[in-house]
Design a protein around this ligand. Structure first.
Ligand SMILES: [Zn+2]
Ligand SMILES: [Zn+2]
Length: 378
């Protein structure tokens, strides 16, 4: 299959930012996700192509390589993220795989519908974290319930010293035939519920189910820069497989909670800081909160309410390490609602010296008045 231009596949331009590329990718990955397309073959191919393209464009080196040489000279295969994420728990295979099967090995992909060995169910778990935890990464201990093979009976469901027996109703086939007029209808055996086996002395621990619900606790490294909707996969922490099949995976959905001080906008954070009227007029250095503590911020003389001042490089880190975002401080000038007698006198004094028609001091007012005059036909 000839490889298409990854920019074309994702429908982005060559100048697109990593964030735009990521957004375009997620949109397409959702659209062509097997859950949406019902396992349609063409859609599956399309998704592969989308994944392959994103694999190139999400990586600055690969992207540069492609920009320079196209597909021809690319030394990169189509593989997954590989060992590119040092510091993660060993169980992490791939932090960013959104929907597709295991990168290479693992024997996953589509194996779920096979007879014989069957992979265990995946589990999902939502992990709420604070914005600060998202900024610096955190090792979280998470507890979740999962079904486990019963240790007492090793999953047979039969009490110690006994064994499951072949079902006498269906002779082990799991199905029974019932005559309905001229027809005979095949039904799942009611006695053994289709398993072909019955247990006369059920295991006391699992009541013959062969599985018990256990609470499991694991530590998960949540990398710095995660955002709501990011899914981390911890492989092999799902439910046990059947007939020797592999365990399912545990999918952890990150949910970054709203912060009281900061609003996140991609990798930037926005903080609203009230500044007194005289400080806004005269200029001042103020202390502003940051993700790590506090920082000095110089507010220039004549700063208007709503002005945004930027503290570079102290916003959210990028998951893929492109750039650290900024902190944007929105200045809100607070007019005093209470004055001492002396302050009132000073303000009155000030007002005497004040000329709203001075375009240098009040350009907004002056422009407004000009427009108003025009509007009134003056
Ligand atoms: Zn048991
Ligand atoms: Zn039966």
């Amino acid at each position: 299959m000839p490889e298409r231009d990854p920019y074309e596949v994702l429908g982005v331009s060559r100048e697109s930012s990593p964030e735009d590329i990521r957004k375009a990718y997620l949109k397409l990955a959702h659209k062509y996700h097997p859950d949406k397309t019902g396992g349609d073959k063409a859609a599956e191919e399309k998704l592969k192509e989308i994944n392959g393209s994103y694999d190139i464009l999400k990586n600055p080196d690969k992207r540069k390589q492609f920009d320079q040489f196209g597909h021809g000279n690319s030394p990169f295969g189509g593989g997954g993220f590989g060992g590119g994420a040092p510091g993660f728990e060993g169980a992490f295979e791939d932090v960013f795989d959104m929907f597709f099967g295991r990168g290479g090995g693992g024997g996953g992909g589509g194996g779920r519908r096979q007879r014989g060995p069957r992979a265990g169910n995946d589990l999902e778990y939502k992990v709420p974290i604070t914005l600060r935890e998202a900024a610096f990464g955190i090792k979280k201990s998470i507890r979740f319930a999962r079904m486990e093979t019963c240790t007492e009976c090793s999953g047979t469901g039969a009490a110690a010293g006994s064994r499951p027996e072949v079902c006498t109703a269906c002779k082990g086939s799991g199905q029974t035939q019932i005559a309905r007029g001229f027809f005979s209808v095949t039904q799942t055996c009611g006695r053994c519920r289709g398993t072909g086996r019955t247990i006369s002395k059920p295991c006391h621990r699992c009541s013959g189910e062969g599985r018990t619900r256990i609470q499991r606790e694991i530590a998960v490294d949540i990398p710095a820069g995660v955002d709501t909707g990011i899914r981390l996969r911890v492989s092999g922490e799902g439910e046990p497989g059947e007939n020797g099949g592999p365990r399912g995976d545990l999918h952890i959905y990150i949910e970054v909670q709203q912060d009281e001080l900061f609003l996140r906008e991609g990798s930037d954070i926005l903080c609203e800081v009230p500044v007194s009227f005289p400080k806004a007029v005269l200029g001042a250095t103020i202390r502003v909160p940051t993700l790590t503590g506090e920082a000095d911020l110089k507010v220039p003389a004549g700063t208007q309410s709503g002005a945004i001042l930027r503290l570079r490089g102290i916003g959210m880190p990028d998951l893929r390490g492109y750039r650290q975002g900024d902190e944007l401080v929105r200045i809100v000038v607070e007019v005093p609602t209470h004055l001492t007698r002396r302050q009132r006198e000073l303000m009155q004094e000030f007002e005497k010296e004040n000329d709203e028609n001075d375009a240098k001091a009040y350009p907004l007012y002056r422009r407004f008045m000009d427009k108003l005059k025009k509007f009134q036909g003056g």
